[in-house]
Design a binder for this molecule. Structure first.
Ligand SMILES: [Zn+2]
Length: 225
């Protein structure tokens, strides 16, 4: 596997005795964790301890995640998706119920990654339905949103959720009013925020400042592409 974050032709396996992630890039030092499953990607993906994931996320120490879906009969890779660490926010992590009294590790709290809540831009396809996507395209997708690295973790959730709404609109040219139609959905995700419309405008501005989208005019017309 090449590195999706730089021009390195390979990523390397961590030695087993100091395992913080599964792979790392010898050139740019990005780290990668691989999770495999035989059912198709979507919905929820079970992950480890909730507290350690949240702590690593807040310290910006999370690795990037490769999610691999394979066909159990042929053991061939069907889909390989990369979710960059900078797409992780409270919006996509769900706390599981503590293990019951009878469990060996009672009280232990795990978490789920809410794959469906991750904006399409944060689910970079490397292999899609058995076909390999061109590395240039993968690296371009990484670059497009890597500005999120410098964004505070608390703000990433909002940006992810607004990107998701823009994807959902499904047009290259859209208007502010169309994004406002997701007001209820966004209020449910962020119940503590009382001024969702202002928050939407703020996210669109950040996305514009980082060349994710363009303002066509001052009357609420946008272009994404
Ligand atoms: Zn690299």
């Amino acid at each position: 596997m090449y590195c999706p974050a730089c021009s390195s032709k390979e990523i390397k396996t961590f030695p087993n005795n100091k395992k913080v992630a599964d792979f790392y890039c010898p050139e740019c030092s990005e780290q990668f964790q691989l999770k495999c499953q035989s059912k198709s990607l979507g919905g929820r993906i079970t992950d480890g301890a909730y507290d350690s994931l949240i702590t690593a996320m807040n310290l910006k120490e999370l690795p990037n995640f490769f999610f691999l879906h394979y066909a159990p009969t042929s053991y061939s890779v069907q889909n390989l998706t990369l979710v960059p660490s900078f797409f992780f926010s409270d919006s996509i992590i769900e706390k599981r119920k503590p293990l019951s009294e009878n469990a060996r590790r009672r009280g232990w709290v795990g978490c789920n990654i809410l794959y469906k809540n991750i904006a399409d831009d944060g689910k970079i396809k490397i292999i899609e339905n058995g076909k390999i996507v061109k590395p240039e395209k993968v690296r371009e997708s990484w670059k497009k949103t890597s500005f999120l690295k410098n964004v505070q973790v608390e703000s990433r959730g909002w940006l992810n959720d607004v990107m998701n709404c823009v994807n959902e609109i499904g047009k290259k040219d859209f208007e502010l009013e169309e994004v406002y139609t997701f007001k209820e959905y966004l209020s449910e995700l962020h119940p503590q925020n009382k001024n969702v419309k202002a928050k939407i405008r703020q996210q669109l501005q950040i996305l514009r400042d980082n060349n994710f989208l363009k303002f066509i005019d001052n009357k609420g017309k946008y272009h994404v592409g």
